[in-house]
Structures are given as structure tokens and as C-alpha cells.
Design a protein around this ligand. Structure first.
Ligand code: FAD
Length: 446
């Protein structure tokens, strides 16, 4: 039996994968590094809107975790139980439940999408938090446009072609920009769909878009979206989401068959099952990212409530901070193993960026605003730099460059297996099965 002590990281997102790369091969003798995550890959969440808008393929926003590690071990599994008193955790894996003893446990399991903020959201809205969500939304959009071609009811056609996004933060703005550009570029393949039958509306309950960025960039993003035809509605709070419409705070209705939700997060279920201090749904940590009153436990990234010593404020739940916190946690852990003192997390943000459509972006770099193509190139360059291995970087670079010069891909991959081929098709929005219809009526839209 191995006498090595386990240092375990839970979660293979921005925080967990940075942490494993920082610690891999650097632990003192007698320690083994283990990363447990529920997927075999890490997801570059900020690029999910580009996968929705078909600017890139879903496999270009993920990277396999095993390619990122050399000496560390990786186990694909979901951690369900942590016992800080006994220093053990239990994970559901492909080989059943396995319990591990740990010397130090670093929690970096992020958070989940929240779908109870508005009545009807859970039943009728499409969240955007995972690569599966992005593929589902992309397929839904392609299905809706294909369905419009076959419908003759004018109101139904308009509703099917209206995509409503709830939330004017980073992901909402990015999704709106991607979607409007995607619809504009794919319409040529659907000749019975008129340009004015495809619309995107962005609903935001605050006074301006992108509250995370400077007002100037929020305004620039608003102008850019509006110029491309997105109906941007600020100070518009959605109060109910149904299968045919979204109801707003002033009682008005926005007819739509597709609502994409980019607001709200809820704590990971594991937080609720652990006896650790929690505030605002996040694990409360000491200045060095160790968990308060719980020896051997650390937390970072979106699942942790971290105070930035630089300004005394809570660190925002962003990729940039998750990466910085991971580097800090790695240094503090190594110091602890050596018996040296640890330091408080202290970081000056470099700026923020958002891609807001095909080859368009806004960025705030060291306090300087950048917009348009330069901002978008900066954005892509940053995420390319995060890809593991030179081979993968080159492959993704070639694929991204290819995508810049060739039409948007409209493949609707359904993963249909042989035994499902003759099964009845899944019902579509308001489809009237078997109803006779005259396609020539539809043809007037071409
Ligand atoms: C659509 C979208 C757009 C965004 N845009 C931006 C942006 O433009 N800029 C920006 O800075 N930030 C953006 N963010 C936020 C950013 O992605 C997060 O702040 C960042 O991913 C947090 O990193 P993390 O490692 O803490 O969590 P995550 O990246 O969420 O990783 C958590 C990991 O833990 C795994 N996990 C969860 N539970 C368990 C469990 N029980 N057992 C094992 N593994 C588990 C998950 O599978 C995942 O791999 C965006 C997020 C989304 C969803």
C-alpha cells in the first residue's frame, strides 16, 4: 500500500487546471497530486457564446485535462461527499464510488446555473453554462430556422424566429452579438425565411449593458449590437417566462419560442452537503485561501468568497480571478508543506474583455478601452494561450483562422443512433402534425 499522502484538487475548470499545472512535479517527496473532475475536459466558458453562434465548433472551447498534466493523476468523477474531520472524500467514478484520504484538499468546483430567479425559467428557458448547453442552444436555433421554412402561420413564423436573451452581462451580450451575426450569415441557406423574420432581443434589468466594464465600453457594446439589429432593452425586467412569450415588469409581452438565460448562479450541491462556513452561497476563506476553521481545506475560484487584499473587496467570479487565485493557492500550499508562512491574496486586475459577435469585441486593458477587431483578436489570443500543448494550440489556431474566412457551419448534429432512426421525431415548438400546408405561401418570404 502506498505511503504517499494525497493532495487532491476538486474541479477541472479555470481554477483547478491552473492549480494542477502550478503544482505538477513541484510537490515535496511523499506527496501525490490528484485532480478529480466530473468531465474529462476543461471548458473555456467565456467562449461558449461563440459556440452558440457557430463561430467555432464546441470541441474548440474545451481541452482534455490529461493533456495538461505530467506527473499528477486525473480521475473523472463527481465528488459527492467531503468529511473534513476525517480528511476523506468520496467520488462517483466509472468504477463506482471511491473514497480517498487527503492531506490537503483544494476545492475549485465552481457553481451552477440558477433557474429559479424568474417563474417559468426552469421550464422554458435555455441556460448557458456548459458546453452541452451551448450545443443544445445552437441546435435549437438551427431547428427553429428550419421549422420557419415549413410554417405558414405568419405569427408563428415570427415567434419562432425571435430569440430572446435574458441578462445584459458578459455572457448575455456575447450571446446576443454571436446570435445576430450567426442568423445573418446562415439565412442564405434557408431561402424561405425573410431577413425580418429573424430577430434577437436582449433584455437587461439594469440601466446599461456590461455593468462589469466601464460605462464607455457598455455604451460601445450597446451601439454595436443595435447597429447589427439586436433590439436592446435596458431597464427591462423579465417577470415570467412562458413557452410563447416573456412577460416584462411593465406587463408587456415579448412573443418568442426561444429564451436563453444568462443570469444567476447557484452554489454547487456539494457546498450544501459540507460543514464549512458559507456566505452568499460561496465558501468563506482566510486571506491565504485556506478555509476558515477547517485545517487541510482550501477553496478558490467561483465557489469561494475571496477578499482581495488589494482593495478589500470580494474578488469577482471571473476566469481572470480564478486563474490568479489558483496561482496564489499553489504558492500558499507549497509554503505550508515546507512549514513557511503564507500570504494574503492580493491582485490588481489587468482589465476585462468581451467578444460581442463575429470579429467584434470590447476590452478594457490596463484602463485603456479597446473596441472592434483589435479587442476581439486580444480575446482570442488570450484563450489560445490557455490551450494546452503546442500541437493543440496550432490546430485550434488553424481552425479559428479557417472559420474567419469561410461561411458559418449549419450542421445540426443530432447524435441519432441506429435503433432510434425509426422512432417518432421529438415535437417542435407549436408544430401541427399532419396539417396540410401550402409551401408556396411560405415561398413569398424568400
Ligand atoms: C457563458 C459564460 C460566459 C462567461 N464569460 C466570461 C468572460 O467573458 N470573462 C470572464 O472572466 N469570465 C467569464 N465567465 C465566468 C468564468 O467562466 C468563471 O468565473 C470561471 O470559469 C470560474 O472558474 P472555476 O474554476 O472556479 O469554475 P469552473 O470553470 O466552472 O470549473 C468548475 C469545474 O468543477 C467541476 N465540478 C463541479 N462540481 C464537481 C464535483 N462535485 N466533482 C468534481 N468536479 C466538479 C466542473 O465540471 C468544472 O470542470 C463566463 C461564464 C459563463 C458560464
Amino acid at each position: 500500500m502506498s505511503t504517499e499522502k494525497n493532495i487532491v484538487i476538486v474541479g477541472g475548470g479555470f481554477a483547478g487546471t491552473t492549480l494542477v499545472r502550478e503544482l505538477d512535479g513541484k510537490l515535496p517527496p511523499g506527496y501525490r497530486l490528484l485532480l478529480i473532475s466530473e468531465e474529462s475536459h476543461t471548458t473555456f466558458n467565456p467562449m461558449l457564446p461563440e459556440a452558440v453562434g457557430a463561430s467555432i465548433f464546441p470541441e474548440q472551447v474545451v481541452a482534455p485535462i490529461r493533456e495538461m498534466i505530467t506527473k499528477a493523476h486525473f480521475i473523472m468523477g463527481r465528488v459527492n461527499q467531503v468529511d473534513p474531520a476525517r480528511r476523506t472524500l468520496t467520488a462517483s467514478t466509472l468504477a463506482g464510488d471511491i473514497t480517498f484520504a487527503y492531506e490537503h484538499l483544494l476545492l475549485a468546483f465552481g457553481n451552477r446555473a440558477r433557474l429559479d430567479l424568474i417563474p417559468g425559467l426552469l421550464e422554458h428557458a435555455l441556460p448557458l453554462k456548459t458546453v452541452g448547453d451551448a450545443m443544445h442552444i445552437r441546435n435549437t436555433v438551427l431547428r427553429r430556422v428550419a421549422q420557419i421554412e415549413l410554417e405558414t402561420d405568419v405569427d408563428l413564423r415570427r415567434r419562432l424566429g425571435h430569440f430572446v436573451i435574458v441578462g445584459g452581462g458578459f455572457s448575455g451580450v456575447e450571446t446576443a452579438g454571436e446570435l445576430i451575426d450567426c442568423l445573418a450569415s446562415i439565412r442564405r441557406y434557408y431561402r424561405r425565411v425573410a431577413a425580418d423574420e429573424l430577430r434577437v432581443t436582449l433584455l437587461h434589468d439594469g440601466p446599461r449593458l456590461l455593468p462589469e466594464l466601464s460605462e464607455r465600453l457598455g455604451v460601445a457594446a450597446h451601439r454595436s449590437l443595435a447597429a447589427r439589429g439586436v433590439e436592446v432593452r435596458v431597464s427591462a425586467r423579465a417577470t415570467f417566462v412562458g413557452d410563447k412569450a416573456v412577460v416584462l415588469g411593465d406587463g408587456s409581452r415579448v412573443a418568442t419560442s426561444t429564451v436563453i438565460c444568462t443570469i444567476g448562479t447557484r452554489p454547487n450541491a456539494l457546498v450544501e452537503r459540507m460543514t464549512v462556513p458559507v456566505e452568499r452561497g460561496r465558501i468563506v476563506v482566510n486571506p491565504d485561501l485556506s478555509v476558515r476553521d477547517t485545517p487541510g481545506l482550501w477553496a478558490l475560484g467561483d465557489c469561494a468568497l475571496v477578499v482581495n487584499a488589494r482593495d478589500g473587496k470580494f474578488a469577482p467570479p471571473t476566469a481572470q480571478f480564478a486563474v490568479r487565485e489558483a496561482r496564489h493557492a499553489a504558492a500558499c500550499l507549497l509554503a505550508t508543506l515546507e512549514g513557511s508562512p503564507t500570504r494574503a491574496f492580493d491582485y490588481k486586475a489587468r482589465g476585462s474583455m468581451a467578444a460581442i459577435g463575429h470579429r467584434k469585441g470590447v476590452a478594457d486593458v490596463f484602463g485603456f478601452p479597446v473596441t472592434g477587431l483589435p479587442a476581439w483578436l486580444l480575446w482570442r489570443a488570450y484563450y489560445l494561450s490557455q490551450m494546452p500543448t503546442l500541437g493543440r494550440k496550432l490546430r485550434i489556431f488553424v481552425e479559428w483562422t479557417w472559420g474567419m474566412f469561410f461561411p458559418t457551419d449549419i450542421t445540426h448534429l443530432r447524435f441519432t443512433r441506429s435503433h432510434e432512426l425509426d422512432a417518432p421525431p421529438a415535437p417542435q415548438a407549436d408544430a401541427v402534425s399532419g396539417a396540410p400546408r401550402d409551401i408556396s405561401i411560405v415561398a413569398r418570404a424568400a
